[in-house]
Each structure stands twice: as structure tokens, then as C-alpha cells.
Design a protein around this ligand. Structure first.
Ligand SMILES: *Cc1c(COP(=O)(O)O)cnc(C)c1O
Length: 490
């Protein structure tokens, strides 16, 4: 047998596998050990640090032509990459809005890559698990088992998939064959002025154009003004537009505001509109015992986008879209290709998952969600969501107790908008001061915040989507902000 195999394999044939597995075995073990230490010690490192010039220049090196031993390759990674992360796994990272990852999810990503399955579909275990995770997402939100869904790269893609289906269903023409030019009346979609920017990209990408998305004013609590929405819909009908879709936001990116989902579901039913919920931030409140009431009514939506790489802390990327009408979902994307015909048995005997979205090859995103859910159980994830919200309210109380701080927006869930208010500073100087405080907090590696402008008011923004944050981290934030504020004012 040995001689036969040797004879059949000419010397020139190569593979990417190592000649000797024992070297990579040792390195693989070391990478796991280093990774565990990296996460164990994350709190001791700066949340962010600027890359030195030598590091930046490494990323300008030309395409490698010849081989380098793997341990030398890994050394480049440990020296030049690992010390300079974005920082979102750090307990004091509260910029923008993202999850803080977890080690089980990282192991899952390794295993998914080792197994290497393509989630375009087919009859294999990874595809069954992908379906199972979608089913679990339905269950978490109270969607019926008959609904469909798909795992995608993130919330932006989840929203795009949903809006594509809404457009097709409401267009009144065969939009897949004839395109948007065949529509008799231009479609209109509605969202609050707090809507995430990905919806603009989505309406542009699906050929409706940015003007098709009407931004409705938000009220003092940053939720869509339902009366103004009603008026806008009536105006549009009179003007010859075709109102098609309400986009409710469950957790706006600016402040975490949650639109009145029941009121919007009622309005959508009255007006015969598709109701889509952008729940990238807030849909998973449905699993949090103390806060699920905030998204009551979410299961009445026609579609929901949610983001397991936010409040389930799955390593990037994984988003999910759920669609109540499974046939509308499949109808928007399915194409039967001669080279992908189903067979009665074997690998091609299961449903093609690529018929539920835009990708053909799909990564195995389900495993990182599946393993972490199995390990911790949904109740713990629910408690962690409640914990972040309690932390945000704790920080808000600290801010309110301090005369130099101003809470710019009442805190609803896990996003705190505040500013440092030194007396006698005009609006521009106050903004400059707050930006300088934010940059120093980053540059000194203390904490990562971002800033925003809400109803014209500039503020610092602390989005606590982080299972590593502790209350003492928030005390550090308050103390360091006060220190920097004092340092930067006369
Ligand atoms: C994060 C977010 C998105 C975009 O999701 P990605 O996963 O970043 O693509 C959309 N809408 C809201 C409200 C978000 O917070």
C-alpha cells in the first residue's frame, strides 16, 4: 500500500497541508494558550493604542513570493497585529455599537474553518445547524415556526434582505423580471429621523433611491412620531406614491430609543404596509426578563433584523433576518440553476440555503452562536442584557449627581448620552472640549467612547454592549472624564 501510494504521487504534487503535522500541532497549542492569556489579561492592556510607524509600514510590505516558516509568520502577528486591536473586547470599550466577542465563539470559528463546510446549503450537519440557529432566533423573538430566516454578515445585510423582500411584495409588478422601472407608482418607505444609515444604502441598492425613504421626525424620546407618520402616509397617497413599508427601529444607534412597535403594527395593518423592525440593537431584549416589555409587539412584524454579533457577543460576523412569510422570502431570491439541481439522496438532497439571500457561498456562522448558546443557555444571555441596561442607568445616576456633567438624553436602554459642561463655554467650545476629552480617553488607553449629535445637541455617547464591563469601570470613566475636563479648562 505504501509503495503503491508513493508511486501514484509524483514528487511535484503539492498541498497546503504540512509535511509534518507535529510542528503545527505544537504551534496550534501555543496559539490557543496565547489566545487564552490574551483574553484573560485584556483588562490590563490599554483599550486602544496608536500603531507605531514600524507596525504601519509592515502593512505596506509587498506580496510574498516564497515561503516563510509558520512560526515566523505567527510572530509577525503577535508583534504587529495582536497589540493593536480595535478594542471592543476590552471592558471599557463603549464606542459606536458592537459586541465584545467570547472565547467559545472564537473556538467555534476555528472549528468551523477546520470543518470548512460551505453553507450555501446541502445535506450536511453544518447546514442543519444553520437552520437550527435560525429557528432559535425565531423562538427568541416569538416568531412562528413557519417563518423563515437566514444568517448573514450582520445587521446591514439583514436589513437589505428584508427591504428587498418588502419591495418585491409591495411593488405590484414582477420586479424580479421587470425591474423597478415597471412600477406604476414609486414606492415609499418610512422610518424615523434616527434610522440607521444602512437603510439609506439599502434603498439605494434596491433601486428605489434615497428619497423613497421618508424620515419622520422623532419625538422628545427619539421615537418615531406616529401622528406625523400617519400624515406623511396620507400625503404620499394623495401625491400618487405607493406607501409600502414602515421601518421601525427597536434600539436606535444614537440613543437606544425604541419605536412604539404595537402602534406601528396597528398602523401597518390599517394601511396595508410591510412592517420591518430594525432590531439590530434591541430585538434581543425579547430574551431579557427585566426589559422584554420594551419590545412587546416585535413578533407582529413582517420581518426583523437582529444582530447576534451585538448582544449575543458572537465574534464578527453574524446577523440574522427573520421573515414571517417564508414563501415571499424564498420568492425574492430563489433561482434554479442547472448545476445546482436537487437530487433524491446525497449531498444535494437538502434545501439550498443560498436561496434565502444574495450570497452563494456562505460561511459557517451558526457554530459560534450555537456553541455559546449551548454553553451558557439563553437565560444567562438575557441576564447579561439586563446587566448592561442596569449599568447604563447606574452611569446615568453618577452623571446626574455631578454638576459639571449634563445628561443630554434620558437613558432608555444601554446607551448614555452626556457631556462635560464647563460654565461660560459657547456651544462650539463645549463641543471641542468634549471631543478632546474623548480623544484623550482613547489615546491614554482608558476608555473608548464615541460622540454624536442628537436633535442638534452634541454629546459623548457610551454604548454598553459589553459582557466584561463592571460598575467600577464606569466609575473610572466618570473620574477620568472629570480629571481631563479639569485639565483642559482654565
Ligand atoms: C449595528 C446596527 C446596524 C448595522 O448592523 P451591522 O451588523 O453593523 O451591519 C443596523 N441598524 C442598527 C440600529 C444598528 O445598531
Amino acid at each position: 500500500m505504501e509503495t503503491l501510494r508513493r508511486a501514484a504521487v509524483p514528487d511535484a504534487e503539492e498541498s497546503l497541508d504540512p509535511v509534518d503535522w507535529s510542528d503545527v500541532r505544537a504551534l496550534g497549542h501555543r496559539i490557543i494558550d496565547d489566545s487564552i492569556n490574551y483574553l484573560r489579561d485584556v483588562r490590563e492592556r490599554p483599550v486602544w493604542q496608536e500603531m507605531p510607524v514600524e507596525v504601519k509600514t509592515m502593512f505596506e510590505r509587498p506580496l510574498p513570493r516564497f515561503s516563510t516558516p509558520l512560526d515566523a509568520v505567527y510572530r509577525q502577528v503577535t508583534e504587529n497585529l495582536m497589540p493593536y486591536p480595535m478594542g471592543n473586547i476590552h471592558p471599557r470599550f463603549w464606542s459606536w455599537y458592537m459586541g465584545s466577542s467570547n472565547f467559545t465563539g472564537a473556538l467555534a470559528d476555528l472549528l468551523a474553518a477546520v470543518q470548512g463546510s460551505n453553507l450555501g446549503g446541502g445535506n450536511h450537519a453544518a447546514a442543519s445547524m444553520d437552520n437550527q440557529v435560525v429557528n432559535w432566533c425565531k423562538e427568541m423573538l416569538g416568531f412562528p415556526p413557519s417563518a423563515s430566516g437566514t444568517l448573514v454578515s450582520g445587521g446591514s445585510m439583514a436589513n437589505l434582505i428584508a427591504l428587498t423582500i418588502a419591495r418585491n411584495v409591495k411593488a405590484g409588478v414582477n420586479i424580479r423580471e421587470d425591474g423597478v422601472g415597471a412600477m406604476e407608482r414609486p414606492l415609499r418607505l418610512y422610518a424615523s429621523d434616527q434610522v440607521h444609515s444602512c437603510h439609506r444604502k439599502a434603498v439605494e441598492a434596491v433601486g428605489l433611491g434615497n428619497k423613497a425613504l421618508r424620515r419622520i421626525p422623532s419625538d422628545a424620546r427619539l421615537r418615531i412620531d406616529v401622528a406625523a407618520l400617519r400624515t406623511a402616509i396620507a400625503e404620499d397617497r394623495t401625491a400618487g406614491f405607493q406607501p409600502a413599508c414602515l421601518i421601525a427601529t427597536a434600539g436606535t444607534v444614537n440613543t437606544g430609543a425604541i419605536d412604539d412597535l404595537d402602534a406601528l403594527a396597528n398602523l401597518a395593518a390599517e394601511e396595508n404596509l410591510w412592517l420591518h423592525v430594525d432590531g439590530c440593537i434591541g430585538a434581543l431584549l425579547a430574551i431579557a426578563p427585566g426589559n422584554s416589555y420594551r419590545v412587546a409587539g416585535i413578533a407582529r412584524a413582517d420581518s426583523v433584523a437582529l444582530d447576534p454579533h451585538k448582544w449575543l457577543h458572537a465574534p464578527f460576523e453574524v446577523g440574522c433576518v427573520l421573515i414571517r412569510d417564508a414563501s415571499a422570502h424564498r420568492g425574492a431570491f430563489a433561482v434554479t440553476q442547472e448545476y445546482l439541481e436537487a437530487t433524491p439522496r446525497g449531498l444535494a438532497s437538502a434545501e439550498w440555503l443560498y436561496e434565502y439571500g444574495l450570497q452563494t457561498t456562505r460561511g459557517f456562522r451558526a457554530l459560534k452562536v450555537w456553541m455559546a448558546l449551548q454553553e451558557h443557555g439563553i437565560e444567562k444571555f438575557g441576564r447579561l442584557i439586563d446587566q448592561n441596561i442596569a449599568q447604563a442607568h447606574y452611569l446615568s445616576r453618577l452623571i446626574e449627581q455631578e454638576s459639571l456633567f449634563e445628561l443630554v438624553v434620558p437613558t432608555s436602554i444601554n446607551i448614555v448620552c452626556f457631556r462635560y459642561c464647563f460654565p461660560r463655554l459657547d456651544v462650539a467650545a463645549r463641543k471641542a472640549l468634549n471631543i478632546e476629552i474623548m480623544l484623550r480617553l482613547q489615546e491614554e488607553g482608558i476608555a473608548a467612547l464615541s460622540d454624536t449629535t442628537v436633535h442638534g445637541e452634541h454629546c459623548l455617547r457610551v454604548a454598553i454592549n459589553n459582557h466584561r464591563t463592571r460598575r467600577e469601570d464606569l466609575v473610572v470613566l466618570v473620574q477620568e472624564t472629570l480629571r481631563l475636563g479639569a485639565l483642559l479648562t482654565p
